[in-house]
Design a protein around this ligand. Sequence first.
Ligand SMILES: [Zn+2]
Length: 79
Amino acid sequence: MDPLDGIAPACRTSSPSKCAPFPIDPMTNLPLLLCPDCKDVNFVAFIVRNPHIPNLGRRFFKCPRNQPRNNKTCSRYSF
Ligand SMILES: [Zn+2]
């Protein structure tokens, strides 16, 4: 099994010398860290669009498994 599978897409290019430890969010230049719970998926970046949340418009990161349609198997997120 490929040890890089699902860890860092940036590492899967043809030039390992440019291999970044994590993909970088172009909006914030912050690294999309590995979810500390899942340990095999990186956070994805979103912008708060729910007007009922005080952080409206802010960028935040959450585990791609933190979704109702995924049975919310992971509830990790961070601002
Ligand atoms: Zn997770």
